[in-house]
Unconditional design. Sequence first.
Length: 115
Amino acid sequence: MDEVLAGTLCRAVHQRLDYLDKLATGADLVSRAALADTEIVRLTSAWRTLLAAHQPDARGRCPECSGWRRPRRHPCSVWRIAHQHLIAADGSPADRAGRHAAATGRPAVVTLEAS
């Protein structure tokens, strides 16, 4: 994907998210209810599609995040972020994993709970 197309795609996605945020926080109750009726299904479908692309392969690696030199174990960052925002009580980044977790005093391993 060339840089112009990538930039256009990113701007469009961010503009849509900004628009949804604006409606969710500033619209009247009827508009927010209508927004929930249409957008929640779209957003859950988007999450499911994204997570399906990051399902582990037979070796327990994420096919999207892995490269030929650096295989990434499941759960990858996409699954950790999904858990953080969809399952964690406040969606806070308190359960970060990785090399920067030690510097913040946060745990280096995130445990996903089955629901």
